[in-house]
Design a protein around this ligand. Structure first.
Ligand SMILES: Cc1cc2nc3c(=O)[nH]c(=O)nc-3n(C[C@H](O)[C@H](O)[C@H](O)COP(=O)(O)O)c2cc1C
Length: 316
């Protein structure tokens, strides 16, 4: 099984991806959180840093947009930087973007998707799409797949919820089944894989899947991908050491280019929404981190987290 890390804006940036790949691993392919073309026709500096220079071999840059101009900008820019793959976000449910017909907001308009692909697709770079099963209704699914089937697309990554659901409710595995049967492209499953059991149940239902993508579940248990691959033979104390190294690397990376406690903490503290689940006593750990108003207090809260120890997850 090929495993990829889902892009999570604010969590899986270059700093996180490099620390994770260096110390933990188990992931075959990484994606940037979505990049946007600004009105001035360029990338924000934080977005540029994600892809330029190209330092990660197995990185797929993802962009969000709904126009040929945006598509062509990313296509040509990524080719110039040496990338061979790019991903189009047709899944983001944030209302501000949806209103502009971006992310899952583009799913009700398959004709727009078709226009962009007819003009913009180019053999020099492989395109994949990441999508929901519709924005407002499951009725949007088939027309979108019919359009995508007309084009050369390397894979379709599907998070089987509607955009309007955001992250609520159950994933719709019947809808995912429909994608598998209607799409002529390889289909990748994404959504709510939080344990080895979740993975095994999905594989039982969809035995032909070749690739899955994991997001929040991996941040809550950094060793999940290794465990799925049968590569987690670590003791709790070895896990503890690796978590310490990953955190240390993330801390040092942000401290090297951001200045002042506020800026650094604005990057570090949110990570713990998920990272705290790697530790015993996770609620208390997260509470301590959230309260920290200075780097000194943050370091004390981190020391408390490590005193609790890494969760000793049973290996099946
Ligand atoms: C905080 C947050 C940020 C996200 N940012 C992105 C993004 O930039 N691009 C994208 O395609 N999906 C984004 N997603 C969606 C995830 O990639 C993924 O599809 C979703 O979380 C379901 O997978 P999971 O249950 O394994 O996390 C984001 C999700 C969350 C919770």
């Amino acid at each position: 099984m090929k495993l990829s890390l889902a892009p999570l804006q604010g969590f899986t940036d270059l700093v996180f991806r490099r620390a994770f790949a260096k110390y933990i691993g188990g992931i075959d392919q990484f994606y940037t959180p979505f990049l946007v073309l600004q009105n001035g026709g360029d990338l924000k500096s934080s977005h540029r840093r994600e892809i330029d220079p190209r330092v990660e071999e197995n990185l797929v840059p993802q962009f969000i947009g709904n126009s040929l101009k945006e598509f062509v900008f990313f296509r040509d820019h990524l080719i110039d930087l040496g990338y061979t793959k790019m991903n189009w976000n047709l899944g983001c449910p944030f209302p501000m973007l949806v209103k502009k017909k971006k992310g899952s907001g583009l799913l009700p308009f398959p004709n727009l998707i078709e226009e962009v692909l007819s003009e913009g697709l180019d053999d020099r770079i492989n395109l994949s799409v990441k999508m929901r099963i519709g924005h407002d209704s499951i009725d949007e699914l088939e027309p979108v797949l019919t359009v995508l089937n007309k084009f050369k697309i390397s894979e379709i990554i599907v998070h089987p919820r509607l955009g309007i659901q955001q992250y609520k409710g159950e994933v719709d595995l019947d809808a995912f089944d429909k994608v598998v049967s209607l799409s002529k492209h390889p289909v990748v499953y994404n959504g709510d894989i939080c344990s080895l059991e979740d993975y095994q149940q999905l594989l039982e239902r969809f035995p032909n899947l070749k690739q899955m993508m994991i997001g929040r579940g991996l941040l809550k248990d950094l060793f999940l991908a290794r465990r799925i691959k049968g590569e987690d033979t670590l003791t709790a104390s070895e896990r503890y050491d690796l978590l310490e190294k990953v955190h240390g690397e993330i801390f040092n990376s942000y401290s090297s280019y951001l200045s002042g406690d506020t800026q650094i903490l604005s990057k570090l503290k949110p990570i713990w929404e998920y990272f705290s689940s790697n530790f015993n006593n996770e609620k208390k750990v997260y509470k301590g981190i959230k309260k920290a108003g200075s780097i000194n207090k943050y370091n004390a809260a981190v020391a408390f987290a490590f005193q609790q120890g890494a969760k000793d997850i049973e290996i099946l």
